[in-house]
Design a protein around this ligand. Structure first.
Ligand SMILES: Cc1ncc(C[n+]2csc(CCOP(=O)(O)OP(=O)(O)O)c2C)c(N)n1
Ligand SMILES: [Mg+2]
Length: 256
């Protein structure tokens, strides 16, 4: 964590595994808040259960709600209802927001609740031993898909977009500048904004899927991610295995 961001932390070190992508995401969230010069005391950070849910709590020196598994969005909605002046930022995992909390996510997007939701997608349930999640790619090995996952992964960005989100984007921690800009933008948007962030989990997912170390995972993710603009004009064969990133929906200035 860069020196200038220490003031936002209540701990001197993190509990994340060495090489965990959540370390980078923590840094970029604080960087975005710092660059926007937001007063962190006007913010509320809400998370559920899982490794990603630990990003704000216990790390951030701010008001945090560390809630029940899958219920972060429901708690955040309640807090926003009671105090509409709060800037409410949900940070949680793919399992927490997409699996057990999937219905809350859909309906908060449908209601266009004024929340920013950052979903750390590490393609599995990292904290509980690396079980399959709704985001696990077909064929991937996890603790519960020892012969390879047979189900299609869920595209959470398209899901919230279809439900009615104002803003939906997908980036990876290997795209720090684009991701920071997206976080900054989402914090300024009125309505439901959602960012799916790909963040490697070597300890549970990478080691089961033939990545020798976290650095290899980061390199692979960096090479796999392309922007929507770069993807334009590429053939289906060239897009094979690529993660297309960018803003997929932004109706924040939409008037009818
Ligand atoms: C009601 C309930 N069911 C199951 C669990 C066990 N559990 C804790 S975290 C978790 C999955 C978290 O996955 P994700 O949100 O992807 O977080 P990660 O650790 O991968 O960042 C599960 C199943 C729980 N705590 N509560
Ligand atoms: Mg996860």
């Amino acid at each position: 964590m860069a020196r200038d961001l220490q003031k936002y932390l209540r701990v001197s070190s993190t509990l994340f595994c060495p090489g965990c992508g959540l370390r980078v995401l923590s840094n970029l969230v604080l960087r975005a808040i710092d660059e926007l010069e937001l007063n962190i005391d006007d913010m509320l950070f809400v998370s559920g259960i899982g490794c990603a849910a630990w990003i704000p709590s216990p790390h951030f020196n701010a008001d945090t709600l560390h809630t029940l598994h899958g219920r972060a969005v429901a708690f955040a909605t309640g807090a926003k209802m009671v105090n509409p002046k709060l800037k409410v930022l949900v940070i949680s995992g793919d399992g927490d927001l997409g699996d057990i909390g999937g219905n809350h996510l859909i309906h908060a997007a449908r209601r266009n609740i004024d929340l920013t939701v950052i979903c750390a997608n590490n393609q599995n349930y990292g904290m509980t031993g690396g079980q399959v999640a709704c985001t696990t790619p077909i064929g991937a090995l996890t603790a519960t898909t020892t012969e390879g996952n047979v189900y299609r992964p869920m595209d959470l960005v398209r899901l919230v977009q279809a439900a009615g989100a104002t803003y939906a984007a997908k980036y990876s921690v290997t795209q720090p500048l684009l991701l920071t800009e997206s976080i900054k933008k989402s914090l300024g948007i009125q309505g439901f904004s959602f960012i799916e962030v790909w963040a490697p989990c070597h300890t549970q997912f990478g080691r089961r899927n033939q990545f020798a170390n976290p650095a290899e995972m980061f390199k692979d993710l960096k090479n796999s991610c392309i922007t929507r603009e770069e993807a334009e004009g590429l053939s289906p064969e060239e897009l094979e295995g690529r993660i297309i990133t960018g803003e997929f929906c932004d109706v924040s200035n939409y008037t009818d």
